[in-house]
Design a protein around this ligand. Sequence first.
Ligand SMILES: [Zn+2]
Length: 412
Amino acid sequence: MDIIEKLLDIPDIEIENIELNEKGDIIITVRSTIGITRCRKCGRRSSKLHGHDEAIMLRHLPILGRKTYIRICPARYRCTHCEGKPTTTQKLQWYKERSPCTIAYEKHILLQLVNSTVSDVSIKEDIGYGVVMGVIHRHIESKVNWDNIKRLNVIGLDEIALKKGHKDFVVIVTARDCGNITILAVLNDRKKSTVKAFLSSIPERLKKTVTTVCSDMYDGYINAAKEVFGEDVVVVIDRFHVAKLYRGGLDNLRKKEIARLKTELAEEEHKKLKGVMWLLRKNAKDLVDKESEVLERLFKHSPMLEIAYKLCNDLTDIFDSDISKSEAQVKINDWMDKAIKSGLTCLNNFLSTLDTRMCEIVNYFISRQTSGFVEGLNNKIKVIKRRCYGILNVKHLFQRIHLDLNGYSLFT
Ligand SMILES: [Zn+2]
């Protein structure tokens, strides 16, 4: 008994009985050695025992691979001070009211959630899906607690498509300060009014600490940020979104050219161009010889594609170089001249974006803020979505990202 009591690691209890039930689970009946509780009405301490509630069974950490339950009849005390002499059930620090598990087991569940979905854990631990969600709800916040935040510094506004075909966006709002990322909200849609309403709800004391807003390339976000934080706030368009746009132009040209070559080239030759989509997207420095050969073959048939490819890589190089904002502005202007002279039309859309959003795009070079974190989340959420439908809910998403930020990396 003494050893088991030590192993249980639950404070202020005495074991009354240990038994196996018909399923072979271990049931440990315990009694609290604390003879007092605080009145729920007046908060004064009372030691006048009124009786015991019905027994509750709390799932605890397994012993020798067997499911283990702690059985306890919570004590009830009567207050002698309050009118009507109300009774209060004793609260103990090792389990939370209405939870079917001990806190030690709940922490175990949170750890089990690393690299797993809620369904995975529910199956492995043989507990209900709802029980796992209950643990998440009790331990992980579903809303930001402003009181815990001292300053915001950089606000990130990024969107994630919850459904294929880029419908049904949610907006992930984060604060990034010296490497710490805090999730502030998951917004239900990406309307400017929704984003603005949330940003306006930030307490005044924290609004003053916002220096930069790092955003997707969407006028609604940029305008909402400026209207809430003032015209002077530095808005940065994330380089990943900039890259997506010019790489998209290259992708469109590739599709057209491959379709053209399919009709013009012999089947054998066309086959040799298999997989060029990935090769064009791959970092040029990471290409192996064989891959470079395929690209060279492609460029021989499509000189236009080679020009577009090189232009895109040049721009990536500019974003990779350690230069100031004004140097970047000069380089990007030169690049625009080259792109216009090339006569390519696939970059027209991107060039006009550069024209209107140059300032926000080169602001990246001030402190190199990026949403790499949210880009990573995007992939994790894709995995979760394939396996667990419960996640498609803004509150759950907030909690999962919160868990992720706390080191419970459960999306991959
Ligand atoms: Zn009382």
